[in-house]
Design a protein around this ligand. Sequence first.
Ligand code: U87
Length: 266
Amino acid sequence: MNSIQAVAESYRLFNPKAYLQNNYVPPRADFSREDSVMCWKLRCLHEACAKGEINGCTLVDIGSGPTIYQLLSAFENFKDVIMTDYLEVNREELKKWLKKEPGTFDWSPYFEHVCKLEGKGEPWQDKQKRFRERVTRVIPVDIHQSCPLGKELVSGSVDCLVSSFCLEACSPDLEAFQKALENITGILKPQGHLLLIGALEESYYLAGEARLSVVPVTEEVVKKALCTAKCVIREFCTYSMTPSMKVGVDDVSGIFFVWAQKKDHK
Ligand code: U87
């Protein structure tokens, strides 16, 4: 078994419900605390999307997992939103939520928070309704394939990519991380946008019975990888995990947020 297969194997025990409990409730998602990691992520995404440059026809989220927060600002600027994950359990969790089936995660505090950031006084229910209408597909993805989304979404067809905590969490080493970044940015149009969020210097995280290995990356590694993948960095921000954000579900030391743009020429 090669190391990419070994990562795939380790994901077989991934539990979406446990994962959501570990990362998407307080203290990590405490909307009453501006310094919580979730407030920071949502603010970075909001500010980049509010500039008015990130828009177009198709937006694809790579490695969505069972979560939607990463799209709450960007989705408004695109006609068609596609969510993706490697695991069927995660795709099923997303589809259930989109279809308003009972027993799914409550994302309403996230919608409320993003509505507040936008400051238009819009009821969060309206945004949630729009989001459910805008996501047209939830499809499989494998960042280790040269066409991560298969033949349907080919090279140079997508206006914007979002990806949160996927590349480093699914790559056995830096070489695979680099290649995965090139694979996903390959589907972007020239000048297409990339909104990338990831863990800094993390080596593992837990999701129920699953213990997933993570390839530790630094700010410099990420910047160099983007440059090699022919992406121009428009913004790069980092967040240091405060003691209260350390909850025993991983050993992450910080988080990065990047807004980058694919170069014109190959
Ligand atoms: C999220 N995007 O929560 N190809 O943001 C493509 C694959 C492959 C493959 C597995 C990582 C969790 C990070 C979502 C889900 C991201 N998942 C799929 C976690 C780790 C730091 C930290 C985390 C979360 C796999 C929040 C916070 C912090 C998962 C997804 C990775 N520790 N995708 N070959 N293999 N996947 O099914 O859904 O990647 Cl605050 Cl700090």
